[in-house]
Structure formats: C-alpha cells, structure tokens
Design a binder for this molecule. Structure first.
Ligand SMILES: N[C@@]1(C(=O)O)CN(C[C@@H]2CCCCN2)C[C@@H]1CCC[B-](O)(O)O
Ligand SMILES: [Mn+2]
Ligand SMILES: [Mn+2]
Ligand SMILES: [Mn+2]
Length: 304
C-alpha cells in the first residue's frame, strides 16, 4: 500500500495569507517521516504548482474564482492520477477550497466514494448564499449533484461536474453553521453530527452512526476532508476561522483510528493550517497536533 502525499500551497479560497505555507510547515514538522515510521510506504509528490490568474475579478461576491478553479483543476488531475495508480492520497492544504479538486479527482476514479467532512463549519454555502464570498466556505456546493441547479456558473469552474450525492456525505464537528447552510442540510437531509451530538452520544457512537449511514455495507472508499478547525482551538490555534468547543485530541484520535480500521481510507485532506496566524509556539502546537492525528489515520495504534 503506497501513500502519495501532495501539497496544495494555496490561500485564495479565503482572505488570510498563510495557508499557502501549510504543506511545508507540516513537512518541516516531520509528517512524512512520522508516517514512514509506521511502516507506510510514503511517496512525497511535492506541491501543485499554483498559477496566478491575472484580472481575476470577483463574480458577484465570489473572490478569486478563476485562480481557485485553476488550482483545483490541477489538484483534481493529480489526485485522480494517484488514485488510478492504486495509491492512497494525503492532500496537504491549503485552505478548504482544496476539497473541490481533491474530491472531484477522487470521484473520477472512485465514483462510489463517501465523504466524511470533519469541520466546525458545513462549507456548503453556494455562491449566492455565501455572506463572505470566500470559496473555502462553498466547496461542497460545487460537488453536490442536488445543489447543481442552485449554483450559478462561476468562471473557471467549467471542468467541475458535481460528483457527490447528499446521501454520501456526513459531517462531524459542526458548531458554526450559517442559516442558509442549515436550510440546505435540513432540505436535503444531509447526515450531520455537530458538537452537540458529539456531547450527547459520545464520539464512539457518532463515528459508528456516521459510517453506517453513508456506507452501511462497509465496502465504499472513504474520503475524509479534515479541516483542522474541527479540533478545539486550544489544540489547533493556527487556523483562519477558529471556533471554541471543538473536538478534543482524543476524540480526533479515536475518529482517525476508526476510519483507519475500516481499511478503506482512500483520500485524506488536511486543510486550513495557517502558520502566519499565531505565535511560533501556537504554530508548533498546531502542526504537532495535526501530525499526531494524521498518524492515527494511517495506522498508529495507541495500544501498540
Ligand atoms: N460559513 C462561513 C463562510 O464564510 O461561508 C462563515 N464563517 C465565519 C462566520 C464568522 C461569524 C459567525 C458566523 N461564521 C466561516 C465559514 C467558512 C469557513 C470555511 B472553513 O473551510 O474554514 O470551514
Ligand atoms: Mn472550518
Ligand atoms: Mn472547512
Ligand atoms: Mn477554517
């Protein structure tokens, strides 16, 4: 089993510079060597080459549409290529618009995939419902077939055909959901376990129910899109949209271990590490905790 690592040094899905350094600060923290020490055959394929698209004017309030689209097209192609070569993929972001390219590319090869979206946020605004205009709050609206009729044409995204159904998506960690997103979740019955449910049922029950709802037969490839702001900000402060009351380290470990134990983790996105948004020690804490969760996704066993 080979794990292909791709860096997505990108920040234009949101306004705070710094997520473009995410891949490298995770590499510097030793994420590759930590995974190799698990006995995983890791190949670091380097970074997606980001091109700046000139005169990338906003479309209505959507910022940097062409630049976001071009970068994600490249990511899609790169992920598809590796999955086709039977590699598991670890995509290091970069802001969470990366999920557009990562999930699209994965679905070109594994259309039967399911998505576990671990995040404080639902990231399912459409360009018309988004208050911020930041595409990192919209990625799922470009991917969900049921939302296609509500999503206007955004320049550059002609390549991005929706590839996911709402019944193949489940959220874990929600605690800052916009009204429009709440409406979408309820209207389409999207499975969602907010932090309230995590407190109510406990992480064991939440993970069990989540996986059972999207993949009752336990056979489908799993795409985990992990926004580090799903974790409590005391653990991952170096991120753009921190929200208090997040997943504990042990809840994050447990979730990762259970996903790993399925043996069907196919692609993992690690999004929204922003080293510029905090002091040196908070940056270190963020990358260490992120790395520690990542090793649980790839087989690190706390029991030895
Ligand atoms: N829904 C949002 C959007 O901008 O669309 C609005 N929200 C910030 C806003 C602050 C004030 C209280 C309500 N929330 C951030 C979120 C996107 C997060 C993207 B992620 O990738 O970090 O999850
Ligand atoms: Mn988030
Ligand atoms: Mn996110
Ligand atoms: Mn975030």
């Amino acid at each position: 089993e080979t794990l292909g690592v791709i860096g997505f040094p990108f920040s234009k899905g949101q306004p705070r510079n710094g997520t473009e350094h995410g891949p490298n600060v995770l590499r510097e923290a030793g994420i590759i060597t930590s995974l190799q020490s698990l006995g995983v055959n890791v190949i670091d394929h380097g970074d997606i080459e980001i091109e700046v698209v000139p005169r990338d004017e906003p479309m209505k309030n959507v910022r940097n549409p062409r630049t976001v689209a071009a970068a994600n097209k490249k990511l899609s192609d790169a992920v598809a290529k590796l999955v086709k070569m039977n590699q598991s993929v670890l995509a290091l972001g970069g802001d969470h618009c990366m999920a557009i390219g990562s999930i699209h590319g994965h679905a070109q090869v594994e259309p039967n995939l399911v998505v576990v979206w671990v995040d404080a946020h639902a990231d399912v605004n459409t360009p018309l419902t988004s208050v911020s205009g930041n595409i990192h709050g919209m990625p799922l609206s470009f991917l969900l077939k049921e939302l296609e009729e509500f999503v206007p044409k955004v320049p550059g995204f002609e390549w991005c055909k929706p590839c996911l159904s709402v019944r193949d998506l489940v959220y874990i960690g929600l605690r800052d959901v916009d009204p429009a997103e709440r409406l979408i979740i309820e209207k389409f019955g999207i499975h969602a376990y907010s932090m309230q449910e995590v407190d109510k049922y406990g992480i064991k029950e939440v993970v069990e129910r989540a996986l059972n709802q999207v993949d009752p037969s336990g056979v489908r490839p799993i795409h985990v899109s992990f926004d580090v702001d799903a974790m409590d900000p005391t653990l991952t402060p170096a991120t753009g949209t921190p929200v208090s009351g997040g997943l504990s380290l042990r809840e994050s470990f447990y979730l990762a271990e259970e996903i790993s134990n399925t043996g069907r983790l196919s692609v993992l996105d690690i999004a929204e590490v922003n080293p510029l948004l905090s002091t040196e020690d908070k940056r270190k804490l963020t990358v260490i905790n992120t790395t520690d969760v990542s090793t649980k996704f790839y087989g690190y066993r706390r029991q030895g």
